[in-house]
Design a protein around this ligand. Structure first.
Ligand code: SF4
Ligand code: SF4
Length: 400
């Protein structure tokens, strides 16, 4: 796509990056078929190709309105379009540039700005988020099911004491340990059973929440702080049990290319599925076949399958444990959770959840497994099936 960048961005690092990405797009439109917002809304401007045009026009000096910003806001950043694109268009990084520009030239209203600031400062601070959830638990009987599903699980015991020479670190993160503390406990139990102690890094956010809610600099600051703290402790690997955080940390080299700690941490980061696949032989001696007769539907988060390109690993581990995975049509499509998207775009997020749950439940499973806290609580808001992280389902198979 030929592009004539306007003077305000020409010959800048962002301009060069945008130009490089834009020129790869050949307008073929293959990406439209896998874009969830285009499937629901049917408007080209809510498709990847339409958003690429909007960003191109903006960077060429064209007008920017609140409508431009809204079309970009409605993107889930699911990256399904990147997986589909035959030309290798790096849509996600182009969208980051486009959103910053749209926000600068068509600012949000004061209430919308305040809402995002409030969400950022609540969700990205583990201590304040825990306080909000504790208040929510008191009101639980009065809340609708969708909100009750977002309330925290009670504290879970059972994290094994560090007793092995091999040690890995896990990001506790901001949202997950407050809402579902059992996920990291399950990861620690599974790793402990195969000779690896898991140590939690508490009290820090990876930066994704701020970065994706209008505060790119705040997100970078969170990332730099996390990288310093994590590297200082020097464990064998930095393990992720929330695929959303994992995808963001693995992109630190792009986010903070001049920060050696951030670049090194990105390199050391592994999803828990990758860690366990490498240790599969010792794991299988403990769990092979122990879940025989139980069925699950697997929902692979976009941040696992499209951002990190991890496909088939979780399925393999669950099947080796004996779970029967039921067929799930359109497994590449987003469930509508997408960070704070379900709070900011509730209509679209609700429709995508309805479609996703229909697909997940079509094979009559006895439960649903996923890999990201946002997807898990979003899906749990509208189904009676248990929705858990896959590592929790796997930990059920450990010998007592
Ligand atoms: S990231 Fe997802 S929602 Fe956004 S344009 Fe691409 S496919 Fe559509
Ligand atoms: S599939 Fe790729 S090249 Fe084709 S329109 Fe979409 S982004 Fe452009």
């Amino acid at each position: 796509m030929r592009t004539q960048l306007a003077g305000f961005i020409r010959d800048t690092a962002q301009g060069d990056e945008a130009q490089e990405i834009l020129q790869r797009c050949v307008h073929c439109g293959f990406c439209l078929a896998t874009c969830p917002t285009y499937q629901v809304l049917g408007d080209e401007l809510d498709s990847p190709r339409g958003r690429i045009y909007l960003i191109k026009q903006m960077l060429e000096g064209g007008p920017v309105t609140a409508r431009t910003r809204e079309h970009l806001d409605r993107c889930l950043t699911c990256h399904a379009c990147e997986t589909t694109c035959p030309s290798g268009v790096d849509y996600g990084h182009l969208l980051d540039i486009g959103r910053q520009e749209a926000l600068a030239r068509a600012p949000r209203s004061a209430p919308a700005t305040a809402l995002r600031a409030m969400l950022r400062e609540t969700l990205a601070r583990p201590a304040s988020f825990r306080r909000v959830l504790q208040i929510g638990r008191l009101a639980a009987p009065l809340l609708p099911r969708a909100l009750r599903a977002k309330l925290p699980q009670a504290a879970v015991d059972g994290w094994p004491a560090p007793r092995h020479a091999r040690k890995m670190q896990v990001l506790a993160g901001c949202v997950q340990p407050a809402m579902r503390p059992g996920i990291n406990v399950a990861a620690a139990r599974v790793l402990d059973a195969i000779g690896i102690s898991l140590v939690a890094l508490d009290g820090l956010c990876c930066g994704a929440l701020r970065f994706h809610m209008d505060d790119a600099e705040g997100g970078r600051a969170d990332a730099a702080q996390l990288a310093q703290r994590a590297l200082a402790e020097g464990h064998e690997a930095f393990v992720m049990t929330a695929s959303g955080c994992g995808a963001f940390v693995r992109d630190y080299a792009h986010l903070l290319p001049d920060d050696p700690a951030a670049v090194a941490l990105a390199d050391r980061t592994r999803d828990i599925a990758e860690v366990l696949l490498r240790e599969k032989e010792s794991l299988l001696t403990l769990i092979a076949g122990r879940a025989a007769g139980r069925s699950l539907a697997w929902h692979s988060p976009c941040t696992l399958q499209h951002w990190q390109g991890i496909k088939g690993s979780v399925e393999q581990l669950l099947e080796e444990a004996g779970y029967q995975l039921t067929p799930v049509p359109d497994g590449h499509l987003c469930c509508g959770s997408a960070g704070a998207y379900s709070l900011l775009q509730p209509r679209l997020a609700g429709e995508l959840r309805r479609r996703k749950l229909d697909a997940l439940q079509s094979g009559s499973p006895s439960g649903i497994a996923s890999a990201n806290i946002g997807c898990i609580t979003h899906l749990a808001g509208d189904t009676d099936l248990p929705v858990r992280h896959w590592i929790e389902w796997l930990a059920d198979c450990l010998p007592a």
